[in-house]
Design a protein around this ligand. Sequence first.
Ligand SMILES: [Fe+2]
Length: 519
Amino acid sequence: MAKTNASRRDFIKLLGAASATMIQPDAAWPVAGWAKSDALHFTADPFSLGVASGDPWPDGVVLWTRLAPDPLVGGGMPERDVPVKWEVASDERMQSVVARGTATASPRRGHAVHVEVGGLLPARWYWYRFTVDAGSSPVGRTRTAPALSARNDRMNLAFASCQHFETGYFTAYRHLAAEDLDLVLHLGDYIYENGPADGRLRRHNTPEVKTLADYRNRYALYKSDPLLKQAHASFPWAAVWDDHEVDNNYAGLISEDNVPRAEFAGRRAAAYQAYYEHLPLRRSVLRGGGVEIYRRLDFGSLSAVYLLDTRQYRTDQPCGDGNKPVCPEALSPKATILGDRQERWLLGQLGQSRARWNVMAQQVMMAQVDSLAGPGQQLSMDKWNGYLVERKRLLESLRAHGPSNPVVLTGDIHSNWVADLKPDFESETSPVVATEFVGTSITTGGDGSDVRPTTAAVLSENPHVKFFNGQRGYVRCSLTPERWQTDYRVIASVTQPDAPVNTIASFIVENSRPGARRA
Ligand SMILES: [Fe+2]
């Protein structure tokens, strides 16, 4: 693949400056959104899905766009490679251009463009745009990571998850875009795969998605949202998928409806490809013949972020999934949520890390939550609760190897939680080894409510759980060498695109003192 790209680049170089403006049309072009003429000609905006950047490193970042003049029905592009010029500037008016080049938008990748820009300065804001003959994209803003040796004393990030298009407006992203952030983490459910449901605010564009073409159209629907586009254009993002990017509650190659593995493997591969095509990921995630998204990002001496994948390599949810008493399967040493390879990688990384804050950004809640009041237990088997031996091994390893300040960030459950993490949640004397912040959904579940009828019982049943809130929004985190602060930013209503945001609770973790306390 790399070879093909290189030769394509050489070809574009040979064409020289004319390549972006004098592309010869192919007589066989299909073509919504296209007119046949001597030059490549768009009759609709090819940058309808906006721009994005992500996975920053000290001298660069991934820039993303996807050419899609007819976004909801296949994109509207011809079956051929199209060169796309890109520029990076040190000013928002794009006058001081510091890097530029030409990338290839290929039909093999849905005409998505991923540019890995290098040679930039660390910890700087940059602006970027793409250009085809029809014109330029909107200008996006991004930021490089601090130098690895930097003694950086501040980092601001936000994390978000679960943006069901039908159940609300992406109001939260309007407010997120106005924050002062170095990075946005997206922890999954970037799309939902379901068909349309009646009586909702907005509507999915196709029945349940299963093919590459369907997934592309679904991403296009979500990415057509102006507030999501605004949030992408404002900061670099680092994203990991959860289940709905493929199929609700799948585990490895086991689908929600238990279709044959070979059949589901094809669907999953299509879903993973579409995810890659629509997010600003590095090419290095294309490995092992598929897409592997677990990875580490470094932000100077202050933090290392481990992005995890708790879907692709896990064994089936034990005890028949759902909310259940613990059955032998959940206690099996063979049950895994990370898979052997990812677990070894994570433990190895954590063991060697010199970062002040070690941030595990992942999908499903790690803390135990017993939802049965009184004697007996009921645990949600889709979460780390279903993989008890592995959870204990990870939490014991945090205690034994002591990576500085482990913090777990989580999505999935459409609610805000704060929890202390302990190797043994049943034991009052088991030490707190890490802190978990679970962030609510952008929209999924509708407006929600601060408390639920069960909240008081859940909090008293699980003393390591410090906070619950069931509204929509995102989570903002401010890091310094001495202190981590988490602010739960909630919006009153997802049916109003201009609803205000407010901070409903703030928590602090002090350096070297795992566990959260109210700010
Ligand atoms: Fe979700």
